[in-house]
Write a protein that binds this ligand. Structure first.
Ligand SMILES: Cc1cc2nc3c(=O)[nH]c(=O)nc-3n(C[C@H](O)[C@H](O)[C@H](O)COP(=O)(O)O)c2cc1C
Ligand code: SF4
Length: 441
């Protein structure tokens, strides 16, 4: 098993403090990076094959290289560049950034200062999920320590370079995890995604060139600089290096966050977490957060890196692995997921606003035994009108659970229609009231 790079000191007393972080070699990478030219730092990150851990898996070094070198406004005045950390962590089944924020805030700060040096940013923002009250307190305390130690502020490490970090608290909308919605929210506006292009590297926070990365992405940077890109790249695949924090939840004996090679085999990962409890077996797995299409039990002998999961018709996404056992009604599980998406659509695009609502109603109706065979075909049609047709990737995310469940578990859907009830529930089961229960399209 590969070395643990980010979470080696998990659970250690005071791991969140500057004193602890420095005692285990923290901030040595920053000093190394500050002695390197910015482009050399970017090259090192490129060589490491680090890909963004927020969901899309975009190569981090390449993203940094897209930042303009000396941007100026229409009057020729220099524009500031901003560095933004996405700590919104809203994807259901994902809880690794929270762990990094509570246990290793200085690793994040170090990664961000190195990134800021590489792209020439003068200000950083950490956009944190509003519910992370405790994490925000820890983060603010760590930033205060870093300022007092000259790691952040007017003169980083005694140099004539200013870089500081401000924490911004979100207000609980899932869509604010999407980078352009996050930027709008950061600016104090409605958290709604924006059309791309322009990309944040051109027009980002407050109209200035900005780079957005996930918490775990930044946390991987110090180890890459300190131990060298080659060591990081040696773990994983040719196109995707390093370890990854997998969040394993659902029907497993030992749910939790596991740092393992990014190309860990999914079946082995489940075994590593103690397997399915109570002698039951796997029915399905969502491998990368709720938006990732489900895999059937016969499809889980697969590596978890971005490319292998894409080849298997799903995605590595945010690293949230949700295990579903053979006692679970897939129709009910899918209906729950779709209810979440219906609630979280920002409503700007009619395909997404209406489509997510219709899908939630139809899945709910089928689960309640009121669906028809026609509904099953209509679902694919609605999804076809959503994916790739909207401002942001949210609509595509909605189609993930909808299409994968209906294609891979069609017999279970048909059984609901045929029986006029959920086969896994007692015949006279009365559903708890919800506003879709008797709704028909
Ligand atoms: C609907 C939606 C929700 C997202 N939520 C998150 C999130 O909670 N955290 C995150 O880091 N990225 C999230 N992303 C991905 C971001 O848009 C962006 O790709 C990411 O922050 C870039 O960082 P990375 O390159 O380090 O992965 C989301 C994307 C979409 C479409
Ligand atoms: S796809 Fe959905 S969430 Fe994204 S901008 Fe359009 S309506 Fe909003």
């Amino acid at each position: 098993m590969a070395e643990v790079l980010l979470t080696r000191h998990n659970g250690a007393k005071d791991s969140h403090t500057l004193a602890f972080y420095k005692s285990v070699g923290g901030y040595a990478a920053l000093d190394q990076a500050l002695n390197m030219a910015p482009d050399a730092v970017i090259d090192e990150v490129k060589k490491s094959n680090l890909r963004g851990r927020g969901g899309a898996g975009f190569p981090t070094g390449m993203k940094w290289s897209f930042m303009p070198k000396n941007p100026v406004d229409a009057q020729g005045n220099p524009k500031p560049k901003y560095l933004v950390c996405n700590a919104d962590e809203g994807e259901p089944g994902t809880f690794k950034d929270r762990l990094l924020l509570t246990q290793h805030p200085h690793m994040l700060i170090e990664g961000m200062v190195i990134a800021a040096h590489a792209i020439g940013a003068s200000q950083g923002y950490i956009y944190v999920r509003g519910e992370f009250y405790h994490e925000i307190q820890i983060l603010n305390a760590a930033i205060k320590e870093a300022r007092a130690a000259g790691i952040l502020g007017k003169s980083v490490r005694g140099r004539s370079w200013k870089f500081d970090i401000e924490v911004y608290r979100g207000a609980g909308a899932y869509i604010c995890g999407e980078e352009t919605a996050l930027l709008s929210s950061l600016e104090g506006r409605r958290g709604e995604p924006r059309l791309k292009p322009p990309f944040p590297a051109q027009v980002g926070a407050f109209g200035m060139p900005s780079c957005v990365n996930n918490v775990e992405t930044f946390c991987a940077v110090p180890t890459i600089i300190k131990d060298g890109a080659a060591k990081f790249a040696a773990i994983g695949t040719e196109r995707s290096g390093g370890t990854r924090l997998f969040c394993v939840s659902g029907h497993v004996v030992k749910p939790g966050v596991y740092e393992l090679p990014i190309n860990m085999n999914l079946k082995d990962l489940i075994a590593h977490c103690g397997g399915v409890p109570g002698g039951r077996s796997v029915k399905a797995v969502i491998p990368g957060g709720a938006s990732a299409p489900m895999l059937r039990a016969d499809e889980i002998d697969v590596a978890m890196d971005f490319d292998s999961l894409a080849k298997a018709g799903t995605m590595a996404g945010s690293g949230g692995v949700i295990v579903i056992d053979d006692q679970t009604c897939i129709v009910e599980a899918a209906a729950r997921l779709l209810k979440f998406y219906e609630h979280e659509s920002c409503g700007q695009c009619s395909q997404c606003r209406e489509g997510s609502h219709w899908l939630a109603r139809m899945f709910n109706r089928i689960e309640a035994g009121q669906g028809t065979t026609e509904d099953l075909d209509k679902i694919a049609q609605i999804c076809g009108n959503m994916a790739g047709q909207t401002i942001c990737a949210f609509a595509d995310a909605v189609t993930g659970p909808a299409l994968s469940t209906i294609r891979k578990f069609r017999a279970e859907f048909e059984e609901h229609v045929r029986l006029g009830r959920c086969p896994s529930k007692p015949e006279h089961y009365v559903r708890p009231h919800d506003h879709h229960a008797s709704a028909r399209l």
